[in-house]
Design a protein around this ligand. Structure first.
Ligand code: ADP
Length: 263
């Protein structure tokens, strides 16, 4: 059951990713096909002037499609996970130096390691890269400066909470949250942030893969990502990761208690 559950998390992430890619890739192909079609008709009508423009359009669409598949390959190579108990406080503190170098001078960094935070079950490399990614997003959201806070805490998610999320277990979760005092997001943007390749950043600056990768990795680890954002106020992204004693608890309590709605 454990392996099946893990596999279904993986499939969910892959399904979301491929859906988004198929859509974008299709748009790019439509661009190529449309331009080729125009070129053919113009050549047929003997209008050879101005063909360059359509050839350039076809070529740039095809190049974007190639860049997309290159990123997809890079993405799929990074997917191997090795979830193990880790100390979330040690992890965020070990990133402090790197983060200070990554953020701008007009941004102040606050790291709040809650001594009550238990060990979390996650892949250390993926978690590090998730936090760095979130910090970069926070930095990008604060061009005029502000405050970046990375904080650990612990919450107990009860049955009524996880009942709504069939693949989450009740029990203690470690929360790692990354908050900024930046531009925030409108509801329309917020709705799309986990879509692969969704970005509002200029070409070359954003891949739109950061949050979808983080989402995939956290879900595969049996956790959850929550985002709270207010335009003009700021954004908090919280990663909920199973606390390692949740596993111990789970082994004691088989079968798992049923959700209140009987599902
Ligand atoms: P990327 O950063 O490459 O655009 P992400 O998947 O990390 O890709 O983010 C997708 C989009 O979500 C961003 O382009 C931005 O519009 C929005 N976003 C993410 N984090 C924040 C944040 N902290 N504040 C405001 N907007 C954000």
């Amino acid at each position: 059951a454990e392996a099946a559950l893990r596999q279904s998390h993986k499939m969910e992430a892959v399904g979301q990713l491929t859906g988004g890619i198929a859509h974008d890739f299709n748009n790019m192909l439509t661009g190529v096909i449309g331009a080729l079609d125009l070129i053919k008709r113009r050549v047929g009508a003997g209008r050879l002037d101005d063909l360059d423009r359509f050839m350039d359009a076809a070529s740039s669409s095809a190049q974007r499609a190639a860049a997309l598949t290159a990123r997809l390959l890079a993405f799929s190579r990074r997917q191997s996970l090795d979830p193990k108990p880790l100390d979330p406080n040690a992890l965020i503190m070990s990133l402090e130096e790197l983060l200070r170098r990554t953020i701008q001078e007009n941004i102040s960094l606050r790291i709040v390691a809650n001594p009550r935070a238990p060990q979390a079950i996650a892949d250390a490399n993926q978690l590090e890269s998730a936090i760095v990614n979130l910090a970069i997003n926070a930095r990008d959201a604060m061009p005029e400066g502000g405050q970046l806070t990375i904080e650990t805490s612990v919450v107990e998610l009860d049955e009524s909470y996880v009942a709504l999320k069939p693949d989450m277990r009740p029990g203690p979760y470690v929360v790692i949250s990354v908050s900024d005092t930046g531009v925030g997001m409108s509801p329309e943007i917020l709705e799309k942030i986990f879509d692969p390749f969704f970005t509002t950043k200029p070409i070359g600056q954003g891949t739109g893969l950061g949050l979808s990768m983080i989402y995939g990795f956290v879900r595969q680890s049996g956790g959850q990502v929550r985002v709270h954002s207010e335009p003009g106020v700021g954004t908090t992204v919280s990663l909920y990761l199973q606390a390692s004693n949740a596993i111990a608890k789970e082994r004691l309590e088989t079968p798992l208690p049923r959700a209140p709605d009987g599902k």
